[in-house]
Design a protein around this ligand. Sequence first.
Ligand SMILES: NC(=O)c1ccc[n+]([C@@H]2O[C@H](COP(=O)([O-])OP(=O)(O)OC[C@H]3O[C@@H](n4cnc5c(N)ncnc54)[C@H](OP(=O)(O)O)[C@@H]3O)[C@@H](O)[C@H]2O)c1
Length: 362
Amino acid sequence: MTVVVVVVDDAVAQQQQLPPGHGQTVCVTGAAGYIASWLVKLLLERGYTVKGTVRNPDDPKNAHLKALDGAAERLVLCKADLLDYDSISAAVDGCHGVFHTASPVTDDPEQMVEPAVRGTEYVIKAAADAGTVRRVVFTSSIGAVTMDPNRGPDVVVDESCWSDLEHCKKTKWATIFLSTDQNWYCYGKAVAEQAACKVAKERGVDLVVVNPVLVVGPLLQPTVNASAVHILKYLDGSAKKYTNAVQAYVDVRDVAAAHVLVFESPGASGRYLCAERVLHREDVVHILGKLFPEYPVPTRCSDEVNPRKQPYKMSNKKLQDLGLQFIPVSDSLYATVKSLQVKGHLPVLSKDIPAELNGVTA
Ligand SMILES: NC(=O)c1ccc[n+]([C@@H]2O[C@H](COP(=O)([O-])OP(=O)(O)OC[C@H]3O[C@@H](n4cnc5c(N)ncnc54)[C@H](OP(=O)(O)O)[C@@H]3O)[C@@H](O)[C@H]2O)c1
């Protein structure tokens, strides 16, 4: 399929009440992923033509993308791998914007670091080479922000914070991945973000970064991604206890909205922390247990020795200032579980939530 790029002057588009993305083509890497699927949906709703990269366009796991409103007319799936420059370049060719969300999500250093870093460098270079891209939005992570053992307990985590790379290599992050003693995911994301900034500066590319915290909320894709496992394990009996740990959460629909906001806001620059709030794991299981008492949600902490970890303070002011109103985390957790049920990842044990529990808040 050939993408025809029609550029409409902003003022003309406004006068004709055309959607903001009308006549603009954007590339979304890793389009079938959890976050990217919502991003593609939102971009299509806003009138953009989307070139979404996937590793195999014929894979049935992309069917949810093809079913999105507007996809038949304005979504093109391009075969691309992060380690193949030519495939990335072909996907970015002719685009006005690029959203680079594709990344391995693993703690295996060999699978994580090189595709994250080299793939990101390729995307920025391809955007520079294309000559038509006005902004690249890179999906980084909270993992590039908070892994700093020297940050004081009263420091408000904001966009100025960076993870300590040596600390990432030495510690595990008790959130998604519990299988190794090193935190190569956070390391890989931090190094990829640094590489993105370096190449963007060298090549004169306008780069804006979104740093989501742990993302929850409904799934569009048929498979269970890593952050959904974080919730699923508290419902399907695989986690018998919760850890003594804190974590910031945000809804996937807000993450998609944040990406579009920073792309469409001419004055947006630098990093944007995308977080609703920080919760202790005890708070998460409390919300889940109240909303879904039919599941074996753990009630005991695995650490009965140390004091309860205190949530750190985190600022989401930059995105709020752009107009983003965050979905409350309790609503996101509810939507996550309902979605896991609908997609067949969790058996439906009871249809109704007791009326008195509907108002559960974090
Ligand atoms: N979910 C979270 O809690 C969270 C929080 C902060 C930041 N993030 C970041 O958000 C982005 C999306 O994450 P997600 O949660 O949506 O994960 P996801 O569902 O696993 O999506 C990752 C996507 O990247 C693609 N990908 C991985 N390696 C690739 C490669 N070598 N070449 C081409 N494509 C490749 C995957 O394609 P395949 O399906 O073919 O493997 C998949 O479509 C990532 O950059 C992640 O680091 C996620």
